[in-house]
Design a protein around this ligand. Structure first.
Ligand code: G3I
Length: 446
């Protein structure tokens, strides 16, 4: 039914009458409009449902039929990795990655880029490098690949699996790590410069519960947010057996509370409890507004890297498994996804002035606000932004000095982002509890 302004006003009355007539039936019945594919079911709450795709399987009609019907996000399983895209130094090959991207876009799907830097699947020439020459080569790789795909990638796994397993909570040793501990932030900055529209993610495994490894990553993300290193999302691979950890949801939530999106990026689950575990993982994502989507690591069991473990949603012949139905039902029943609204207030736009705009990600009881400060026709040497919180409280902020946490809250530049060239811009952010509606930021040059 198309809702007009007149019919909207009748909806509550009709719904109440219907509820009275049907009584308890309404409570127990599945939604009449339940979606019948994974992608459509996820889209109802603004999320996606994706899969890893191997270019070599795109000539398999059963595979392609399921891919086109069920999924609305695609990750190249191997074809955008370093060894595939830069097999020789300075010689780039995008044939496999482009094939997957074009197939996905032709089918109306978006694409997650995987992965710009990873200690595995480095090409041979890079494996034998170290120090400043490797640093230069790896940043060039990030820049070249992100530039090739500029504007076409929803989110990049900028860095994959850089943390050590076990109890240290520290970085994994690798030739990338030995170029200096700042290699991860250097990669994120290079990716942002090359493709400002792509969300930039850190991606890892064995990070599905609260443990020393996930806490090490949590601390890195918190530090990046505090220092203004561009990071938008954290990927949780979720290669699981039998169960998700009992604190899976709590772990996702603590990352979301840092002001990043969380995404389940390589889900596959082996073992006899498979359907229940898939349901639990899907429910965990649906319960967190900042959880924007789920990707499974392959389509049929025979497509999986976990040979013989049958960890996926379709059998080798392409039939839906009980785990498929568990996921579909959980997606159809799921809670609201992220809502982003943007409001802009301009003032002092002339010489010496600035404007501020805010992009707000609001969920039930909290929000993240990203504020962009843009210089007028003269360069800024410093700025001050005032935003009004009538029903919310700021709990943390980054890339600015803050005064106050409710009512009129003032943010001023920090040492590294006060100078903004004429017409240029810089960003800071804050998060809080309650509502971030009506912030109406105003900017003053100082
Ligand atoms: O391309 C060569 C081919 O030329 C050769 O004939 C063939 C012989 O074995 O190997 C082919 O390369 C293989 C490649 O997959 C493509 O099929 C590699 O040997 C094999 O190691 C590689 O495995 C991939 C693995 O990453 C590499 O570590 C898996 O397909 C892929 O599913 C897996 O994905 C990773 C994620 O990227 C990161 N997280 C973990 C996940 C599972 O390991």
């Amino acid at each position: 039914m198309k809702l007009t302004s007149r019919s909207v006003s009748l909806v509550p009355i009709m719904a109440t009458a219907l509820a009275a007539a049907l009584g308890a039936v309404l409570v127990v019945s599945a939604p009449a409009n339940a979606a019948t594919t994974l992608g459509a079911a996820a889209a109802q709450s603004g999320r996606y449902f994706g899969t890893a795709v191997a270019a070599g399987r795109l000539s398999d009609q059963t595979y392609v039929n399921i891919l086109n019907t069920e999924f609305n996000m695609v990750t190249a399983e191997n074809e955008m990795k370093w060894d595939a895209t830069e097999p020789n130094r300075g010689q780039f090959n995008y044939s496999g990655g482009d094939r997957i991207l074009n197939q996905a876009v032709g089918n109306g799907s978006r694409v997650r880029g995987h992965a710009l830097l990873w200690h595995q699947q480095e090409p041979g020439w890079a494996r034998s490098m170290e120090g400043s020459s490797l640093r230069q080569a790896m940043i060039n790789h990030v820049t070249q690949v992100a530039t090739h795909y500029r504007g076409k990638i929803y989110a990049w796994d900028v860095v994959n699996e850089a943390f050590a397993d076990g109890g240290s909570g520290g970085r994994r040793d690798s030739n990338l790590q030995r170029t200096g501990n700042d290699w991860i932030e250097a990669a994120f900055r290079a990716a942002r410069a090359a493709d400002p529209a792509a969300k930039l993610c850190y991606n890892d495994y064995n990070t599905d519960g609260i443990n020393p490894k996930s806490t090490g990553i949590y601390n890195m993300v918190r530090d990046f947010k505090a220092r203004g290193v561009p990071i938008d999302c954290v990927g949780f691979q979720s290669h699981l057996t039998n169960n998700a950890p009992s604190d899976y949801r709590a772990n996702l939530q603590r990352f979301a509370d840092l002001g990043v999106e969380v995404q389940i990026t390589e889900l596959d689950i082996a073992g006899s409890n498979q359907a229940n575990a898939y349901r639990d993982v899907t429910n965990a994502c649906m319960a967190i507004r900042a959880c924007t989507g789920i990707t499974v690591w392959g389509i049929r069991d025979t497509d999986s890297w976990r040979t013989g473990e049958n960890p996926l949603l379709f059998t080798g012949s392409g039939a839906k498994k009980p785990a498929y139905n568990a996921v579909l039902d959980a997606l159809n029943a799921g809670g609201p996804g992220p809502t982003t609204t943007t409001t802009t207030t301009s003032n002092n736009p002339g010489p010496g002035g600035c404007t501020a705009s805010v992009s707000l990600n609001q969920w039930n009881d909290g929000f993240v606000a990203s504020v962009k400060v843009t210089a007028g026709s003269s360069a800024l040497r410093g700025w001050r932004v005032t935003a009004t919180l009538s029903n919310g409280t700021v709990t943390s902020s980054w890339s600015s000095n803050r005064s106050g946490n409710s009512g009129a809250v003032t943010f001023t530049n920090v040492d590294y982002n006060g100078s903004v060239p004429a017409g240029g811009s810089t960003e800071f952010g804050f998060q809080g509890t309650g509502s971030g509606a009506g912030l109406n930021p105003s900017c003053t040059a100082t």
